[in-house]
Design a binder for this molecule. Structure first.
Ligand SMILES: [Zn+2]
Ligand SMILES: [Zn+2]
Ligand SMILES: [Zn+2]
Length: 331
């Protein structure tokens, strides 16, 4: 997911391309396999990284890097060899403009993926208990990062997520690239806990509105119930989690998906947002996630479909969320 809007990249959320139309047409008949095969070279990746750092992160105020400057930055003394590799990137990843070379959107996305650490070997780390409580038993929680997933982990109960790649006692399981975690498990665990759960809430809300937070494609939601649910001794053996009913979301385009406590998908909408505010939660973070996970819904039949019924402390009657995630108050 690209959270930041890049004003220089019209495909990235900016309204206008300050450089006008691109000068190198993208080849129309290139497959993703061909495109990725062309990246299997250290010099080419280095060219993309240098272009990204100079054009996107630098303050040069220009969107191109001249050939000689780029070659010096990459550190390739053989000009012919450098030009050969640079030319192999022209098209999808790099374009040639009058002032030099610019990096295209797919090239930027690739460098962002590398920079975020999504392709690094994951490590396992766990913090000391932080100033946050388990929403099941109120015991202190720690922050765990393993296998590319960050979790809040209860120090006493068995938690709610029982998948084999989740730590024992997991209260959440959120995919985060290693670069975004860095040394925060030891250095700033509470900040990390809020950051990953805040991002989870934002993504859940976008999915709840039918938009993939990763690619912007249309997303579908479905209410999931477990037919033989038993979470008396910890996460259910059948479905792997403690919640009897959840919302599953999936992007029709890129396939990004997740299983959410239902309230997370509608937490920005009335009457859920008022209930959050009433509890003193005014921004998405661990507390917002924990409160919404604590609001356990009952599966109910609504016009022949399974829906989720909530008893919110701020609402007199029942609040029902239907399979389209429309909210019905007082039913
Ligand atoms: Zn607990
Ligand atoms: Zn179950
Ligand atoms: Zn998507």
């Amino acid at each position: 997911m690209s959270d930041e809007v890049d004003p220089e990249d019209p495909t990235d959320g900016g309204a206008v391309d300050p450089d006008g139309p691109t000068s190198t047409p993208a080849p129309a008949d290139t497959s993703p396999e061909d495109a990725f095969a062309r990246l299997g070279n250290e010099i080419r990746l280095s060219i993309l990284q240098e272009l990204y750092e100079r054009v996107v992160l630098g303050d040069r105020g220009e969107s191109t890097v001249p050939h000689s400057e780029l070659r010096t930055a990459v550190g390739e003394s053989d000009s012919g060899k450098f030009t050969y590799h640079l030319n192999r990137l022209l098209g999808e990843f790099v374009e040639k403009r009058p002032g030099g070379y610019a990096i295209r959107h797919p090239g930027r996305e690739l460098v962002r993926t590398v920079r975020s650490g999504a392709v690094e070997t994951p490590v396992h780390t766990e913090s000391d208990p932080v100033d946050a409580a388990c929403y099941r038993c109120d015991a202190p929680v720690t922050v765990v990062y393993q296998q590319g997933y960050a979790s809040a982990r209860c120090t006493e109960c068995r938690g709610v997520v029982g998948f084999d790649y989740a730590p024992e006692g997991a209260l959440s399981l959120i995919s985060v690239p290693a670069g975004a975690v860095d040394d925060a498990v030891e250095a700033a665990p509470m900040d990390l806990l809020d950051r990953v759960h805040g991002r989870f809430c934002h993504r859940a809300r976008a999915f709840g509105d039918g938009v993939c937070p990763r690619c912007g494609g249309p997303a579908d939601a479905e209410i999931r119930t477990c037919p033989s649910h038993d979470a008396t001794e910890g996460p259910c053996e059948e479905c792997g989690i403690s919640f009897a009913a959840t919302v599953e979301v999936r992007c029709r385009v890129c396939g990004a998906a997740g299983v959410l406590p239902g309230a997370c998908a509608v937490g920005h909408r009335s009457p859920f947002r008022e209930a959050l505010a009433d509890a003193g939660v005014d921004r998405p973070g661990y507390d917002a996630f924990a409160l919404m996970a604590e609001w356990t819904p009952s599966p109910v039949d609504r016009e022949g479909e399974t829906a989720l019924a909530y008893d919110l402390p701020t609402v007199g009657g029942r609040v029902v969320v239907d399979p389209r995630l429309d909210i019905h108050v007082g039913e």
